[in-house]
Design a protein around this ligand. Structure first.
Ligand code: G3H
Ligand code: ZN
Length: 294
């Protein structure tokens, strides 16, 4: 069923579990992630980014499909607009029925980020929609990796108070679009920010974080865990192997199905791991600077 992000994230934060948030680029992703969440018995966030909307050329076709998947699911599913820098797109998502939006003003100067975020919050809350915002830009959005960005706890508390956001994305050592899982998170900083603000925290660029690192981040107070590149890498690797082994295939459902099965298993495993019901798996390696966009 379609669910509210503020409620779900608040419940997860209170019990110190992670809420998995996975990027939907193709409609298959929504179907696969919702089914994985049902198998894991966990809520999930299906998120469509502004970049994914640009890929499709419009929000409505993919957004409507994701909403239909969410409404049919047997577990709570949030439909979230991810990394929206365009306020008009935020309004469109709210009108379409998304239950949550991320307004990403992290590239703006502080005052402009604060003012626009507060405006978005007023509009979203009037429609009963949750808002996530970002303070301290998490690197890697355009292929430029900077894991050194950090969010100041006092500035985070001020930002949340001034804007009224429901969740806050923070910079604590991750970077977007990493293809190996060696990012080192600053768990002391996560704990300090969690103590300073009264809203759940969001980790972007979680593909670069190992299973053990993710568990430590959740223990320290991280709640919404955004993952995209890790799943794209698994999907593409599986499909590349399958097509190489079966060079005569033409039906797209055959090889798409192979990739979908691979990421479905991984999303189920991650959801159980964030909820502390699965043993740790191997992970790690050095950070990579591979470019990619959710
Ligand atoms: O907003 C989406 C995420 O932050 C995904 O980042 O592709 O590095 O996992 P990622
Ligand atoms: Zn992100």
């Amino acid at each position: 069923m379609l669910a509210d992000l503020r409620d779900l994230a608040g419940a997860c934060a209170a019990e110190r579990t992670g809420l998995g948030a996975f990027n939907v680029v193709h409609l298959d992703h929504a179907e696969v992630f919702a089914a994985a969440a049902e198998r894991a018995g966990r809520p999930v966030v299906l998120q469509v980014s502004q970049n994914a909307v640009a890929y499709h050329g419009a929000l409505a076709p993919i957004g409507t499909g994701v909403l239909a998947v969410a409404r049919a699911a047997e577990v709570p599913v949030v439909v979230h607009l991810d990394h929206a820098e365009d306020v008009a797109l935020v309004r469109e998502a709210i009108a379409l029925g998304f239950t949550s939006v991320m307004y990403d003003g992290s590239r703006l100067a502080d005052e402009a980020n604060r003012a626009t975020t507060a405006e978005v919050v007023a509009q979203a809350h009037a429609a009963g929609v949750s808002v996530e915002a970002e303070l301290g830009e998490v690197g890697g959005k355009n292929g430029v990796h900077d894991p050194s960005a950090r969010t100041d706890p006092a500035a985070a508390a001020r930002f949340v108070r001034d804007t009224g956001v429901d969740l806050l994305a923070v910079a604590v050592g991750s970077s977007h679009a990493m293809t190996t899982r060696g990012a080192r998170l600053d768990t002391d900083l996560i704990a300090a920010i969690a103590a300073a603000v009264d809203v759940p925290l969001v980790l972007h660029g979680s593909s670069g974080v190992s299973d053990a690192g993710m568990r430590a981040a959740i223990d320290a107070g991280m709640t919404k865990i955004n993952v995209s590149t890790h799943l794209n890498k698994l999907f593409t690797t599986a499909v590349r192997g399958y097509l190489t082994e079966h060079p005569d295939l033409v039906d797209t459902r055959t090889w798409f199905g192979t990739g979908n099965a691979e990421i479905g298993r991984e999303v189920e495993r991650l959801l159980r791991w964030y909820a502390r019901t699965e043993p740790v798996a191997a992970g790690g390696g050095a950070p990579s600077a591979a470019a990619g966009r959710a």
